[in-house]
Design a protein around this ligand. Structure first.
Ligand SMILES: *Cc1c(COP(=O)(O)O)cnc(C)c1O
Length: 498
């Protein structure tokens, strides 16, 4: 069966998967969604006999139906290889009546590696399939994590270049070291003397700059984005939900057909939406538990049916979930209208004009399998501390939000369904917050001293990603003012002002 894509806002007709990947966002500002749901065509028992790469192929082939087997397997092999520090890619750890699915064994020790390690290969393959010969130039503004994951994914991928802007004084020391030591002849990292919003505005302006695009086109280059709304990032995430289920089956923790809950620490709604697509594929998923930090706009939405971003933005110790506009929620809203693009477009217009919208009772019914919860900063620290006391297992702050929400849900609902908690970052990545929680005192030591103690207490070797930045030479030391961002890009790409 061939799966096509269309915009959640209705314009532009139908796209093949490879065209949707290349374009990223639809021309009307909507997101690409499949026009029908594929179904798993192998049994869960057959999938249980496969490794990660095998399961990933069986899932992705259903969504990327215009890719040949050779093309897709090639992308998967190049993505999920020795860059991961665990041969299982996404291992499950059992602790205190739940399974933690560790999605942090990739190059940057956080879950965005799961998608960003394959996106460059999907993009270059899509370009080839659509006879586009241009070199792909990725521009990204980052508040720390996404930029590094994108750099690691695109480094030395033929036919691509990547330029990342970060706020010079707005990221942690570990984050900065991770970026400025990035290897790869096609990578550039630039510190901006401004905040994250300045970086993002600068990048958006370049994407919209016609003269710049034309000058690039003349020398055979075209911009693309590694943004989390690209279906080339979403679909690879569906794979690990199916994989987790098949591991439980292979280990005889469940029988084929038994239902499983998933708890997902949520920000932009990409990760949990992938779980919804996994359920649509036929995976026996019971509840999808959406866990928020103090920026609980999604919790309020699922409770009330009103999405309202008109609120204060709170900085938390789970920064990758500090988000007030969860872009990928638009896909769920669209599906919950019964795929009514006009209705969805109307709600999205309301969101941008008024900052809020309310869904109907019918739409709510489509969302019945979602449960929402949130964790305060205090809950998050206590959960890390208590889980460590009970089991010796140390989780990061984002995972802790999910873990707290699950423990509370389980007590309140009495639901004993086997449950997988999605673990989105290594505790080593957020070592200061994590060890402050474990020890119950705010830690002010040097980052690397804290990491040493974490390694001893968790009885886990420091991941190679941390070891590398202790000694790696600094390769990128350009700093520029916000207004000079385009000048830097032109310099790097070798295109002069017209
Ligand atoms: C990005 C991120 C999240 C949130 O994922 P979404 O797909 O945006 O919901 C959670 N945890 C970590 C560590 C992340 O980097």
């Amino acid at each position: 069966m061939s799966i096509m894509y269309r915009s959640t806002r209705g314009e532009g007709g139908e796209y093949t998967a490879s065209r949707a990947i290349l374009q990223g966002l639809a021309a009307d500002g909507g997101l690409f969604v499949p026009t029908s749901y594929p179904k798993l065509d192998k049994s869960l028992t057959e999938l249980a006999a496969m490794d990660y790469q095998g399961v990933a192929y069986e899932v992705m082939k259903l969504f990327f139906s215009d890719f040949t087997e050779e093309e897709l397997r090639g992308c998967i092999e190049r993505a999920y290889d020795a860059k991961f520090d665990n041969a299982e890619i996404a291992p499950l750890v059992y602790a205190d009546n739940a399974y933690y699915m560790e999605l942090f064994h990739g190059a940057t020790i956080a879950f965005k590696d799961m998608a960003l390690s394959i996106l460059p290969h999907l993009l270059t393959t899509s370009a080839r399939k659509n006879n586009s010969k241009d070199e792909i130039v990725i521009l990204t503004a980052t508040s720390g994590d996404t930029g590094k994951a994108a750099l690691a994914g695109f480094a030395d991928v033929p036919g691509t270049r990547i330029i990342v802007f970060y706020p010079k004084n707005g990221v942690s020391r570990v984050q900065e070291l991770q970026m400025v030591t990035q290897k790869g002849d096609n990578t550039t990292v630039i510190g901006v003397t401004g905040n994250f919003d300045d970086c993002q505005t600068g990048v958006k302006m370049m994407f919209g700059d016609k003269a710049l695009r034309e000058d690039m086109s003349k020398v055979g280059m075209t911009f693309s984005s590694a943004n989390s709304i690209n279906i080339g990032r979403l679909v690879p995430q569906v794979a690990y939900y199916v994989f987790a289920y098949t591991r439980l089956l292979a280990e005889e923790r469940i029988k084929a057909g038994d239902e499983v809950n998933f708890v997902v620490p949520t920000g932009n709604f990409g990760n949990i939406l992938a779980c919804y697509y996994a359920k649509k594929l036929g995976l026996p998923v019971a509840k999808m538990i959406c866990a928020s930090n103090e920026n609980k706009v999604l919790y309020d939405f699922f409770k009330s049916g009103t999405y309202d971003r008109r609120r204060e933005f709170i900085l938390t110790n789970s920064p990758s979930m500090d988000i007030l506009i969860s872009s990928n929620l638009e896909r769920l809203i669209y599906h919950s209208t019964g795929n009514d693009a006009a209705k969805n477009a109307e709600l999205m217009k309301k969101l941008s004009a008024e900052g809020a919208y309310t869904i109907t009772e019918d739409m709510k019914a489509e969302l019945a399998d979602f449960v929402a919860g949130f964790a305060s900063e205090k809950d998050t620290a206590e959960e890390i501390h208590e889980l460590y006391d009970r089991t010796g297992y140390i989780i990061d702050t984002h995972t802790s939000v999910a873990s707290h929400v699950y423990r509370k849900y389980r007590v309140e609902s009495g639901d004993e369904t086997p449950t997988v908690i999605v673990s989105t970052a290594s505790p080593f990545k957020f070592a200061r917050s994590v060890m402050s929680a474990v020890n119950g005192v705010t830690d002010t030591r040097d980052d690397f001293e804290i990491i040493d103690e974490l390694s001893v207490k968790a009885n886990v070797a420091e991941p190679p990603a941390i070891g590398e930045i202790r000694t790696a030479p600094i390769r990128h030391n350009t700093v520029c003012a916000t207004e000079d961002m385009q000048k830097e890009v032109r310099k790097i790409l070798g295109i002069t002002e017209a």
